[in-house]
Each structure stands twice: as C-alpha cells, then as structure tokens.
Design a protein. Structure first.
Ligand SMILES: Nc1ncnc2c1ncn2[C@@H]1O[C@H](COP(=O)(O)OP(=O)(O)O)[C@@H](O)[C@H]1O
Ligand SMILES: [Mg+2]
Length: 360
C-alpha cells in the first residue's frame, strides 16, 4: 500500500492548517497558513501560538478549548490578522489529535479564507442594488422631465417679456441654469436605469485611454496633476463598447483628478490580468483572458465609512457631485462581463482597477 506523504498533502491544501501541542507550541503550519498570515513555517515553528496570534483571538480560543475538552470547535466567520496586518475573514474548524495512550496530545485547526467569497457576494449585492435603483430612477425621471421642460419654456418666455433689464436677467439665468442641471441629473439617472445596447467590437485600449487623457489634460494641468502612463504595449485589443468604455475611464480619471486638489501623479496602467478572481471570462465562445486597467491617484483616499457603498447611486462627498459616476462604471463593466475594484489608503491614494475581456 502506498504511504501518504502528509507533508506534501498538507502543503497542497488550499486551506490553512495549524497544529499545536499540549504546551500550545506550533507543530504544524502548512503553506496555505504561510500565505494567509504572511509568516513562514520556520519563523513560527517551536513558538507558542500566543506569540504569533493574539491570546484572545478566536483561533487561540478554539484550539485551547479543543486541547482542554478533546472536542472539536467551529466558527463560521472569525477574523484573523493577515499578511499586511489587515483582518481577513476566515472559517475555523478544530479537531483533537490523540496520542498512543488515547490522551489528547495536540490540536489542529483548519482555516478557510473567506475574503474571495465575500468579494463575490459583494459584487452580486451591488448589482442588485443598482438594478433596483435603476428601475426606480427611470420611473421617476420620466415623471420629472415633462414638468421640467414646461418650467424651462415658461422661464424663457418670461425672459423675453422682461426684456433686457439686467436685474431680472440674473434671476432667469439662474433658473435656466438650475433647470438644466436637474435635467443633466435626470439624463444620468436614465443612463443608469436603461438597459444599454452595447456595440461590442475590438478596440485599441491605449488609443481609448489617450483620448480620455487628452480630454482631461486641461483639468489636470490646472490642478498640477501629471498623467503617467504605464502601458503594456503587447496587449491585444479588448472587446468593448467604445462609448461605454470612454465613459468609464472619463469618470475614473475625473475622480482621480478631483481627489488631488494639491496636485500629484495620476497613473494609468495596463496589463494582462493575473488576478485569480478575474483572470478569464467566458462570453459564450470559450474562456478568454481579461486585461486590467488601473487608474491610480495620490489623493486623500476614500473615507473608511464610505468604502462599502461608493458604487451605490447618489453616494457622494462632493458639494456638486451626483454620486452616479462609479455606479455607472460598475454597471458598464458588468455588462461587459468585466469587473471593477477599488483599493484606497487614506492619505496616500486610491487605485481603481477595471477588468475587461480581450477580443481574442
Ligand atoms: N479617486 C478617488 N479618491 C477619493 N475618493 C473617491 C475617488 N473616487 C471616488 N471617490 C469617492 O466616491 C464618491 C463617489 O464617486 P462618484 O460615483 O464618481 O460620484 P461623484 O464624483 O459625483 O461624487 C466620491 O464623492 C468620493 O467621495
Ligand atoms: Mg465622479
């Protein structure tokens, strides 16, 4: 009978496996545990678990209870400290290991990283919120559009009647300007709610980005923002809708510039996606690669409290913001079977990553 090589078996597991002896010293630490915690096996071997994890952490608690009681423990969602100090959601299951005499001599814990699952759940939730908001918005927008154009017409008549007396002109100008602003809001809302008719075709990503950069050049220059390009010239064309994609990058570049009132670098990066979650997609004709486009700024970052809902419509921190830019970006990328992700460090900057399928 072939002997099972436990070392390589544990090494190949996607779940982190951590074992401790009766004295709580670490005796088992597989490669998934190394990846999850950022701590190598040689570094932790022989140390006690409480030196590596906080003594009051869920992991330490479950393992010591298992050692004491000889019973298995589990927790569907606990937090542990990941490689960069950030908390990572994990599920924990522990089991006792009996020695020759039948006494509990060690305990093992299996930790499963839940962050990818949470990320996918978040994607789905976002999509649903948007669809509901979109339907509501379309209904509302149609109701508002008609009275609004009546108001605009009446104000124009009024302006004519009042002639060129400057005092009244000021008021009618404000009225028209504000009515037009409400109209623009409604147009964006309708964009959000309308099923977009994508006209997919092979597009040169870098040419598109250059068009966006050109359009934003003036705004960037006026705020001392320098646009830096890090393009991978070997990228194949993407399969995308030109107007849609221009809108996405226009919004992202604008947000980035607006985040840097005192200037800084805006970096546009392109590469083939190596992200395990968004590396390939099937549009019905077999899997194809995704490319990654990053818009990175050195701005103030996104406040922690806002992190979870920046893709929801009407979420804005700007005085004249509509809070529809990112909602639209999300919507457009979803329709391309792509994805969008945001990473932000307060005070350091924000990186938005878009994933788009290649044309093949
Ligand atoms: N690059 C960025 N840096 C910092 N905050 C950002 C960035 N992009 C978006 N945000 C935050 O997300 C909010 C929503 O963005 P968006 O949907 O484009 O709406 P708007 O730009 O109209 O506020 C912004 O108000 C801002 O608080
Ligand atoms: Mg915006």
């Amino acid at each position: 009978m072939a002997r099972l090589d436990y070392e390589s078996f544990l090494g190949g597991l996607p779940d982190a496996v951590v074992g401790v002896d009766e004295a709580f010293r670490i005796i088992l630490w597989n490669s998934a545990a190394e990846a999850l915690t950022g701590k190598s096996a040689p570094r932790v071997q022989g140390r006690t678990l409480k030196e590596v994890f906080a003594p009051d952490s869920s992991l330490a608690r479950h393992l010591s209870e298992t050692l004491r009681s000889g019973e298995s423990r589990s927790e569907a969602e606990a937090m542990i400290e990941g490689a960069d100090g950030r908390p990572i959601p994990v599920s924990i299951v522990t089991a006792p290991m009996a020695g020759g005499s039948g006494n509990v001599e060690a305990a093992v814990a299996v930790l499963r990283d839940l962050s990818r699952i949470r990320q996918l759940e978040e994607e789905v939730r976002r999509g649903e919120t948007l669809a509901t908001a979109g339907r509501m918005a379309v209904g509302l927008a149609h109701e508002i559009r008609n009275p609004l154009s009546a108001i605009r017409g009446a104000v124009q008549l009024l302006r004519k009647e009042l002639g060129d007396e400057a005092r009244w002109g000021e008021y009618t100008d404000v009225l028209i300007k504000e009515v037009d602003r409400v109209n623009r809001i409604i147009e964006s809302l309708l964009d959000l709610g309308r099923p977009v008719q994508l006209r997919l075709g092979p597009l040169n990503l870098h040419q598109l980005l250059e068009r966006v950069a050109l359009l934003s050049e003036e705004m960037a220059a006026s705020r001392s923002v320098r646009i830096v390009r890090r393009y991978d010239p070997s990228l194949p064309p993407i399969l995308a809708d030109e107007d849609g994609i221009l809108q996405v990058f226009h919004n992202l570049v604008r947000n980035a510039i607006e985040a840097m009132p005192r200037g800084g670098r805006l970096t546009l990066t392109t590469r083939l996606s190596m992200n395990p979650l968004f590396a390939k997609v099937d549009l019905g004709t077999g899997a194809r690669h995704l490319v990654e486009v990053q818009v990175a700024d050195e701005g103030e970052g996104i406040p922690e409290a806002l992190r979870g809902n920046i893709f929801d419509p009407f979420v804005t921190t700007k005085e004249h913001g509509l809070g529809l830019g990112l909602a639209l970006c999300h919507r457009i990328l979803e329709e391309h079977k792509g994805a969008i992700q945001v990473e932000s460090v307060p005070g350091k900057g924000t990186t938005v990553t878009c994933f788009l399928p290649i044309a093949k």
